[in-house]
Write a protein that binds this ligand. Structure first.
Ligand code: SF4
Ligand code: SF4
Length: 231
């Protein structure tokens, strides 16, 4: 989800790479679960998150739509996000003790928090959101905090997914055609979320193949018509 805010208003003004130390470690959260409640539609899921949850829990993506995940519109694209439920607007994966019941499989946004991603010139760095977590935090290496194997390939995937969505959004904006928007969104959902992933083979290879198919089927043609990416 893109936000039009001044970075200096919401962060400590610094940008961080995977090997930098950042004051993000809330040391087990000590009974707090604030960032798992009342988050609306902001905990967006990407294909890697869905691969992790579907293959880790042995459940089809469509079955999560009954309870834990819902679909919403983010910058013109229909994308899944964690569903907030009940009187306290809690994530459906939060257990009775206020702990994440899928900690090892938690989505990328949950792994990041209170860090955010800042994209520029086809790449991204992290920033520390200063108004989001009031716990006393200590310094930790960014890559350790994100707790995801093969950081290089993960970074390549996150970047590719971000710019694929921008390409799709630009394409839909330029066409201004409701039927085209609907079809592109259906293809996005089917290609990257509804079609089951194989838990026994490498995620990144599966994503690359789906990305190629998606560009070949839609965005390649659209970019010829609409011109190159402009943001
Ligand atoms: S708000 Fe901070 S301390 Fe509370 S659960 Fe989230 S990361 Fe942990
Ligand atoms: S998946 Fe886990 S960490 Fe993420 S919002 Fe839900 S309960 Fe919190």
């Amino acid at each position: 989800m893109r936000r039009n805010v001044d970075l200096s208003d919401i962060s400590d003004g610094k940008l961080y790479g995977d090997n930098d130390m950042v004051k993000a470690d809330c040391r087990g959260c000590a009974g707090c679960s604030d960032c798992c409640r009342g988050m609306g539609d902001t905990i967006l899921l990407d294909p890697y998150d869905v691969w992790r949850l579907t293959t880790g829990l042995g459940k089809a993506f469509a079955d999560f739509l009954d309870r834990e995940i819902e679909l919403g519109v983010a910058d013109g694209c229909i994308l899944p996000h964690m569903r907030m439920t009940g009187a306290r607007e809690s994530c459906a994966f939060l257990d009775g003790e206020g702990r994440c019941s899928v900690h090892a499989l938690r989505p990328g946004i949950c792994r990041l928090f209170p860090l955010g991603r800042y994209y520029e010139n086809g790449a991204f760095q992290y920033f520390l959101q200063t108004g989001e977590c009031s716990a006393s935090r200590s310094k930790i290496k960014v890559s350790r905090w994100i707790d995801t194997p093969d950081q290089r390939r993960y970074r390549e995937f996150v970047t590719a997914w971000h710019y694929l969505l921008i390409d799709a959004q630009n394409c839909m904006q330029k066409k201004q055609d409701d039927m085209f928007q609907k079809e592109l969104n259906m293809l996005l959902l089917k290609t990257f979320f509804l079609t089951p992933y194989d838990g026994k083979t490498d995620f990144y290879g599966q994503f690359e193949k789906r990305k190629e198919d998606f560009y070949a089927l839609t965005l390649g043609n659209c970019q010829k018509l609409c011109g190159d990416r402009d943001s």
